[in-house]
Write a protein that binds this ligand. Structure first.
Ligand SMILES: Nc1ncnc2c1ncn2[C@@H]1O[C@H](COP(=O)(O)OP(=O)(O)OP(=O)(O)O)[C@@H](O)[C@H]1O
Length: 761
């Protein structure tokens, strides 16, 4: 196992030769950018005028050109990273971020996702296929700084090459680079087992599991990019949904897909899944657990059904002084008819109301002395009398009450007698956990329940029209701004045309939205593929919400059961997935950790094993580093001061190795302690600047203070882990997550005893 990074030195002439090729590719990139940029400018110069049809076409072109320019801008870094020399062809094949041809249509670069790029990731000494030599090009900016060769021709096998790792020099350089607070792509160094997952078939549920740092997130993102490339027709129309554990995590990964040339993916968290609902409150884990149980689906379904009520006795209704009768048997018949439509509650109400009106109008007509020969106009008047009568409206509503998901869930939570009636399968203690005041903010665990209710209820006309009106107002304001810009930029105006007039013309064509934009705003949108990261955290109710969005069951589910929060370990993926575990599920395992040094990985495994929570999948660390694990004991009452000292020393260490200000440190503290520890550390003048997050971006600070749940999925050069015994109180998974975040060094600071399995020094 190599101890430190060794980028093989290639001959100067090889670097020079590759530089010449790389220059050609970048020159072509510049040419394409300039050409698309010019076309975009031309379309924009024509400005927002002309017929709605013209405008709509121009908008389509403008959107296409600006997408292409953005795509070309994003692939600047490491545009070319590989070369294959193949048996039987004199021309080498270059592999890069996107496919590119020169002006004569000769291929300059093969897209990494194309079938012909596959040997770059898959060929091994044992199975070289046609590959004689694989070359990794390491670049900084547009400059080739090194090349690394692997000879796969069996006559020249390099003894160092194993079947496990390809392009070790490039790989170790990537692994050891100082972290900048954002994930980068791994396109140049994808390993064989990862490539197999990335290119696995689109159909069915693929569960990708593996220990911390095995590249699950990286693989999930590259797979999304691969699927969009290989199945563009199918996925461009339906879209791809990516669900991550937190907004911070989504920011952490946000650059990866664009750098792979893909930006049309809807990325969200469970908290933000339901358009128009913001889940901002937090709640105890045991409350969330009850809300996540499958039985809640039954509870909600009963609550909706209870909105459909048959009166016990005949009711008298007054219509224009005439007494009509609402009979239980008529209500029952109308209800049966409405239920037979199979429509959600609010929509089926129309059928119910019409059927009831028919009965009442007949009685009304008879009471008014009319007969069957009455003409259509008369009947329409009679019907209108009945329909608008207050008594009738109230009675029909009482029998079939329209409502919103939010309103109903709020009533269930705040009225114990309602919950008692509909949630008999929950114990009294569990029901008490669900209780909350009206008007309290929503939590993440509420979102799947609201979504389930929205599905059962369907849109509520009044609530919906309020929302549509608000959206229309926003859109109108946007159109007005656009029109004002157009007037200013083209010197229109001068009393001839007002922004309002222009805006009115624009609205005729409506805004142009990408698939992702349309999908993100539509609760009922069904996606062509769904990727779920940190999937071990999702409740059965959350899976139901995701499955509704993916009827094709084409999903990539990524996670690690050992990293699950809380004290209820999951024995298997089928237990976690619940209904999502259909016969289409297939599992893949990633086995090598590219993040955490072996010493730290071994310590984390030992701690888990000592807690009786041995990790599900053994992980082999790709490397070790000297001094990767340090432990500092603190006097009780001086924990923060000791932590501050340790953090300062770690920052100084990074300054020395990577240059002033480079590298990131995370201080991981027990659940609930961030609000106390962060300001206390910030009192240290040596740390204040490093703790400051520019623009409030938590990933922007050089030193982050967070708990294990917030740290999920993230990584830092150095992790200072404060009081591991208390972190363990959140469950063994939390400590496992916390210990496996560093790429270089874990520094434990403790005043309490260390958890079993963690060596004292
Ligand atoms: N083939 C690779 N080449 C270079 N770096 C890699 C490769 N695979 C993974 N990495 C790096 O390893 C680190 C861990 O990857 P990632 O976050 O995807 O792992 P994970 O399995 O999702 O981890 P966790 O379960 O702890 O969240 C990242 O920095 C990633 O870029």
């Amino acid at each position: 196992m190599p101890e430190q990074v060794e980028v093989p030195v290639a001959t100067a002439s090889a670097v020079e030769a590759e530089q010449a090729y790389v220059d050609v590719v970048y020159a072509r990139l510049d040419e394409l950018r300039a050409s698309y940029g010019a076309r975009l400018a031309e379309v924009r110069r024509d400005g927002p005028s002309g017929s709605p049809q013209n405008r709509s076409e121009r908008d389509a072109f403008a959107a296409h050109y600006s997408d292409t320019v953005a795509r070309l801008d994003h692939v600047e870094n490491r545009l070319v990273f590989g070369r294959l020399d193949l048996h039987g062809t004199a021309e080498p094949r270059y592999v890069g971020r996107i496919g590119m041809s020169d002006a004569e249509h000769d291929q300059l670069l093969v897209d990494w996702r194309a079938p012909s790029a596959r040997p770059f990731y898959q060929a091994t000494a044992a199975h070289p296929g046609d590959v004689v030599r694989r070359r990794h090009l390491m670049t900084r900016g547009r400059k080739v700084v090194a090349v690394e060769d692997e000879l796969l021709d069996t006559d020249h096998v390099d003894a160092r090459i194993t079947d496990d790792l390809t392009g070790e020099g490039a790989l170790f350089a990537a692994m050891s680079a100082a972290r900048e607070g954002r994930m980068s792509d791994i396109v140049a160094t994808i390993q064989g087992e990862q490539d197999a997952v990335i290119r696995s078939s689109l159909d069915g549920v693929l569960v990708v599991q593996g220990g911390p740092g095995t590249g699950k997130t990286a693989v999930a993102l590259h797979r999304a990019a691969y699927l969009l490339y290989a199945h563009r027709e199918r996925l461009q129309r339906s879209g791809v949904l990516l669900v991550g554990p937190s907004r911070v995590f989504l920011r952490y990964i946000e650059q990866v897909l664009p750098s792979l040339g893909e930006s049309d993916v809807v990325a969200t968290t469970m908290a933000d899944l339901l358009p128009g609902t913001r889940a901002t409150a937090s709640e105890p884990a045991e409350v969330a657990e009850v809300k996540g149980r499958t039985v809640m689906a039954q509870v909600l379904s009963r609550a909706v059904r209870a909105l459909q009520r048959v009166p016990e006795a005949v009711q008298e209704l007054d219509v224009e002084g005439v007494k009509l009768h609402l009979r239980p048997e008529d209500v029952r018949t109308a209800m049966a008819r409405a239920r037979r439509t199979g429509l959600p509650h609010n929509q089926a109400r129309d059928t119910f109301a019409l059927a009831m009106l028919d009965v009442l109008v007949r009685e009304y007509a008879a009471a008014r002395g009319g007969d069957d020969g009455e003409d259509a106009d008369d009947r329409a008047y009679l019907r209108e009398d009945v329909r608008t009568a207050r008594d009738v409206k109230v009675a029909i509503n009482l029998c079939w009450m329209p409502t919103t998901a939010h309103g109903l869930l709020e009533r269930l939570y705040s009225r114990p007698e309602l919950l008692g009636r509909h949630a008999r399968s929950l114990s009294a203690e569990d029901r008490a956990l669900l209780r909350r005041e009206k008007g309290a903010a929503w939590t993440v665990a509420d979102v799947p329940l609201l979504d389930e209710l929205a599905e059962l209820l369907g849109p509520h006309e009044q609530a919906e029209s309020n929302r549509t009106a608000a959206e229309a107002r926003m859109r109108a304001a946007e159109e007005l701004r656009y029109a004002q810009d157009a007037i200013t930029s083209q010197g229109l105006g001068m009393g001839m045309v007002s922004a309002e007039m222009l805006a009115e013309r624009f609205t005729a064509t409506g805004p142009r939205l990408t698939t992702a934009e349309r999908a993100a705003g539509d609760r009922t949108w069904t996606y062509g593929h769904v990727v779920v990261d940190e999937a071990q955290e999702l409740s059965p109710m959350a899976w139901r919400a995701l499955l509704r969005r993916c009827p094709s069951r084409s999903m990539t589910v990524v996670g690690d059961l050992a990293q699950r929060s809380g004290h209820r370990p999951a024995a298997s993926w089928s237990q976690v997935l619940g209904r999502a575990a259909s016969e289409h599920v297939r599992e893949a395992v990633l086995t090598v950790s590219y993040r955490t040094p072996a010493t730290v990985m071994d310590a984390a495994t030992a701690v888990m094993t000592a807690q009786g929570a041995e990790p599900t999948y053994p992980v082999r660390a790709a490397r070790d580093l000297p001094g990767a694990l340090a432990v500092t004991a603190s006097a009780r009452g001086e924990l923060v001061a000791t932590t501050a000292e340790v953090v300062r020393a770690e920052l100084a260490g990074l300054d020395d190795t990577d240059g002033p200000g480079a590298g990131r440190v995370a201080v991981i503290v027990p659940l609930g302690r961030v609000p106390a520890v962060l300001p206390a550390l910030a009192e240290d003048p040596g740390l204040r600047a490093a703790l400051t997050a520019p623009d409030g971006d938590p990933l922007g600070a050089r030193v982050a203070v967070l708990d294990a749940v917030e740290a999920k999925g993230l990584e830092y050069d150095v992790v200072v882990l404060v009081e591991p015994a208390a972190v363990l109180e959140g469950g063994p998974g939390d400590l496992y997550v916390a210990m496996t975040r560093p790429t270089r060094r874990l520094h434990v600071v403790h005043a309490d005893d260390l958890p079993a399995g963690l060596p004292a020094s």
